[in-house]
Ligand binder design. Structure first.
Ligand code: HEC
Length: 128
């Protein structure tokens, strides 16, 4: 009897954790959205290099994204209207259950901000 209760508890807990962390996807705490960019506009060359090597496979060199992999378009207003803190958080944490992994342990914090800065350059490309 007791073992069944424990089993039920584990089952319920797994379901709760699954819905809490997998299903809702991006859930950016407000304090992270508001984190100011310590290196605004800096490191574009480094950002570009990392982007081409690491991100372009899915997001393409023009930032519009391989539509078989992701609907995300870095040139779009919807994307560009997000804060730097939000983009930093998304790159660092990734999104569970999708091809977007967490890059927070792969690059130094400064380089993650450089990536954010590089993603901003896609905004200008759209005007051309
Ligand atoms: C293996 C494919 C893949 C690679 C490589 C990849 N991404 Fe992603 N990325 C995705 C997918 C898929 C999503 C959309 C996740 C979702 O469903 O919301 C995404 C989403 C994002 C988002 C959030 C988009 C939004 O709508 O706000 C950012 C920012 C991002 N990626 C940046 C990067 C950066 C920077 C790199 C390289 C360091 C990178 N990604 C590498 C697949 C990839």
């Amino acid at each position: 009897m007791k073992i069944q209760v424990v089993k039920l508890g584990i089952a319920v807990l797994s379901i709760v954790l699954f819905y809490a962390f997998i299903i809702p996807g991006w859930d950016i705490p407000e304090k992270y959205q508001k984190v100011p960019n310590p290196y605004p506009g800096e490191g574009l060359k480094t950002g570009a290099k990392i982007y081409k090597r690491t991100c372009a496979a899915c997001h393409l060199t023009n930032g519009k994204g391989n539509k078989d992999i992701t609907p995300v378009d870095f040139t779009s207003e919807a994307f560009q209207s997000q804060t730097d803190g939000t983009l930093f958080y998304k790159i660092s944490e990734g999104r569970a259950g999708t091809a977007m992994k967490s890059y927070g342990d792969d690059f130094a914090e400064k380089k993650l901000w450089y990536l954010v800065n590089y993603l901003r350059t896609f905004k200008e490309e759209k005007k051309n």
